[in-house]
Ligand binder design. Structure first.
Ligand code: HEM
Length: 498
C-alpha cells in the first residue's frame, strides 16, 4: 500500500514529506489481517458509541484519519472545508459509492443507493425528474404531505382519543404518516393502522437496521452470503428480502392491472410506477439498449421506499423527543406560528422566510438526530491527495456527518438541544449537512425538508404535547448501528382551541 503511494507521488511530494505526514494520516497502528478492529472494539467498550470512538481517533490523529477495517483502509473526514474541497470541488474523484457487503445483496450493482457509473447516473436522473414532475419542490408536494397529515390526525383522533387527547406511540404515528407519503408518490397507496404487511415491513426494517454494523458494510457480499455467516444473514438479509418481496409484488400488481385495462396510464401517469412503466415501453419502442425493466423497477422502488421512509420518520421521532424535553422551545415555536397565522390557517412552505425560529428548530433537530452514526462510504479509484496527505487508490472514504454535527469547536455544548445557536451564528447552517455533500448527496432532500417543516410546525400549531409516562431521554437506542435510532416513547397530542 505504501509502496504504491510512493510510486505515484504527486508533484512536490518527497519521501521525507510523506514520512512526516504518515502517522497523522494513518491513524492508529493497525495489526496484520484485522487492521484496527481491536482498537475499535476496545474504545467502543470504553466510550460507549461509534461517534465517541471516531472523536477519540480525531483528537489523536486529526480531521482526516484512517482506520483499517481488516485489509481495507477507510478514511474519515470530520472537517467541513475538507469535505467541501473533496466532495464538491473534486467531485469526479470522490463520487463513486463504496458498495460491498449487504448493500449489494439484492441490488447487485443496481438501484440508486449502491450503483455507480452510467447506471447510477441514468437511474438517479430518472428518479429525480420523475419525483419533480410529481411535485417534488413544488406546491403539489405540499398538498400531498398535508393531505396525509390531515388524514392521519383525523384517523388517530377516531381511534386513539383518551380524555380529549390523542395518545399514541410516536414512532408508529410518524412511520404511518411518512410511509404513506412516500408510498403515495411511488405507487399511489396509503397504509392503514391495521395493515399487517406494513407492520411486517416496519419490524423487518427495524430489525435489519438495528443490527446493521461495520461487518455488514465492509465484508464482501459473497462472504456474507456463505453458510459461515448464516447467523448474520438471518438478522440482516432476511428482513431486507421481505421488503424487496413486497416491492416485487406491488410492481407485479401494477403491471397486471395495466395489462388487464383496470389501470390506465394517462398524461405521464400518476406516480413513480406509472412513469417507470412508460419509460420501459418507450425504450422498447425505440429499440434502445435499456437498463429499465421490471426487475430494476422493483429495486429502484425498494431503494426509494427504504431511503425515504425510515430516515424521515426517525428524524421526526427525534424531533418530538427533543421538544418533550424542552417546553420552552415549544412555547417560542407556538408564539412564532400564532403570530403568523393567527391560528386561522395551517403553516405552508411559503412561510419559510417568516419562521426563523422554526427553521432554526428544524436545523437543530437534524443536528441532534444525525441519523447516520456511520455515513455511506465513497470508493477512491485513483491515487490522490487530500488535505496535503497522499491517498492510495482502493481506499474507502467518508465525510462523517455525525462527527461534524457534534464538533465542540463548531457546536458548543453539542449534546444540548438549542435552536437559538443557529440564530446567534448564521454561519452554522453551512456546516450542517444531514443530507450528505456532493454528487451522491440525498436525492430526497427537498421532500424530506418539506415533510419535517410541515409536519413539525402544524403539529405544534394544532396540539399541546405531553409525554405519556416519563419524558424520553435524548439518547439513541443503538450507538453502534448504521442508523441512529431514537428513543421509543408514547406522546399525547391535546388539541389547541385557537
Ligand atoms: C430526514 C430525511 C433524510 C435524511 C437525513 C437523508 C440522508 C441521506 C444521506 C446522508 C445520504 C447519503 C449521502 C452521501 O453519500 O453523501 C442519502 C442518500 C440517499 N437518499 Fe436520503 N435522506 C433523507 C430522506 C430521503 C428521502 C425522503 C428520499 C427519497 C425520496 C431519500 C433518498 C435517498 C437516495 C435515493 C439516496 C442515495 C443517493 C445516491 O447514492 O445517489 N432520502 N440520504
Amino acid at each position: 500500500y505504501q509502496w504504491k503511494k510512493c510510486q505515484k507521488l504527486p508533484k512536490g511530494f518527497d519521501i521525507q514529506f510523506l514520512c512526516a505526514r504518515i502517522y497523522n494520516f494513518l491513524g492508529p497502528t493497525p495489526l496484520p489481517i484485522i487492521g484496527n478492529f481491536h482498537q475499535f472494539v476496545y474504545y467502543g467498550l470504553k466510550l460507549g458509541s461509534a461517534v465517541a470512538v471516531y472523536h477519540h481517533f480525531e483528537k489523536v490523529h486529526g480531521k482526516v484519519f484512517t482506520l483499517w477495517m481488516g485489509l481495507l483502509p477507510t478514511v474519515y473526514i470530520s472537517d467541513y472545508d475538507i469535505a467541501h474541497e473533496t466532495h464538491i470541488k473534486r467531485a469526479n474523484v470522490f463520487s463513486k459509492r463504496f458498495a460491498t457487503g449487504t448493500t449489494q445483496h439484492i441490488r447487485d450493482g443496481r438501484g440508486i443507493i449502491a450503483s455507480n457509473g452510467e447506471f447510477w447516473q441514468e437511474h438517479r436522473r430518472f428518479a429525480l425528474t420523475t419525483l419533480r414532475n410529481f411535485g417534488l419542490g413544488r406546491n403539489i408536494m405540499e398538498e400531498k404531505i398535508m393531505e396525509e397529515y390531515h388524514y392521519r390526525v383525523a384517523d388517530y383522533t377516531k381511534t386513539h382519543t383518551k380524555n380529549g387527547a390523542i395518545e399514541i406511540h410516536a414512532g408508529t404515528f410518524f412511520d404511518l404518516l411518512v410511509g404513506s407519503i412516500i408510498n403515495q408518490l411511488l405507487i399511489s397507496e396509503r397504509f392503514e393502522q391495521d395493515d399487517q404487511e406494513f407492520e411486517k415491513i416496519k419490524s423487518a426494517l427495524a430489525e435489519s437496521l438495528e443490527n446493521f454494523g461495520i461487518v455488514d458494510i465492509f465484508f464482501p457480499c459473497w462472504f456474507l452470503e456463505t453458510p459461515l455467516m448464516a447467523w448474520r444473514q438471518k438478522k440482516i438479509f432476511k428482513p431486507f428480502d421481505f421488503v424487496y418481496e413486497v416491492s416485487v409484488r406491488n410492481i407485479a400488481k401494477r403491471v397486471a392491472a395495466v395489462e388487464s385495462g383496470d389501470h390506465v396510464i394517462e398524461d405521464g401517469g400518476n406516480d413513480f410506477a406509472d412513469a417507470y412503466l412508460l419509460k420501459i415501453q418507450k425504450d422498447q419502442r425505440d429499440g434502445v439498449k435499456s437498463t429499465f425493466d421490471y426487475e430494476t423497477m422493483a429495486i429502484d422502488v425498494f431503494d426509494l421506499w427504504q431511503a425515504g421512509q425510515e430516515t424521515t420518520s426517525t428524524t421526526l421521532t427525534w424531533a418530538f423527543a427533543c421538544l418533550l424535553n424542552h417546553p420552552e422551545v415549544v412555547k417560542k415555536l407556538r408564539a412564532e406560528l400564532m403570530k403568523l397565522t393567527g391560528g386561522n390557517r395551517t403553516i405552508s412552505l411559503t412561510d419559510r422566510p417568516d419562521t426563523p425560529y422554526l427553521n432554526a428548530t428544524c436545523n437543530e433537530v437534524q443536528r441532534i438526530a444525525s441519523i447516520l452514526n456511520i455515513n455511506l462510504f465513497r470508493h477512491i479509484e485513483e491515487d490522490t491527495v487530500i488535505a496535503g496527505q497522499p491517498l492510495a487508490a482502493g481506499t474507502a472514504l467518508t465525510t462523517q456527518m455525525s462527527m461534524l454535527h457534534t464538533d465542540e469547536t463548531v457546536f458548543k455544548n453539542a449534546t444540548e438541544f438549542k435552536p437559538e445557536r443557529f440564530l446567534e451564528n448564521s454561519n452554522l447552517e453551512k456546516t450542517l449537512i444531514p443530507f450528505g455533500i456532493g454528487k451522491r448527496s440525498c436525492l430526497g432532500e427537498s421532500l424530506a425538508r418539506a415533510e419535517l417543516y410541515l409536519i413539525l410546525s402544524n403539529l405544534i400549531l394544532d396540539f399541546d404535547i405531553e409525554p405519556v409516562g416519563t419524558v424520553p431521554p435524548i439518547k439513541t437506542l443503538n450507538p453502534f448501528g448504521l442508523l441512529r435510532r431514537p428513543p421509543t416513547y408514547n406522546i399525547r397530542f391535546k388539541p389547541v382551541k385557537h
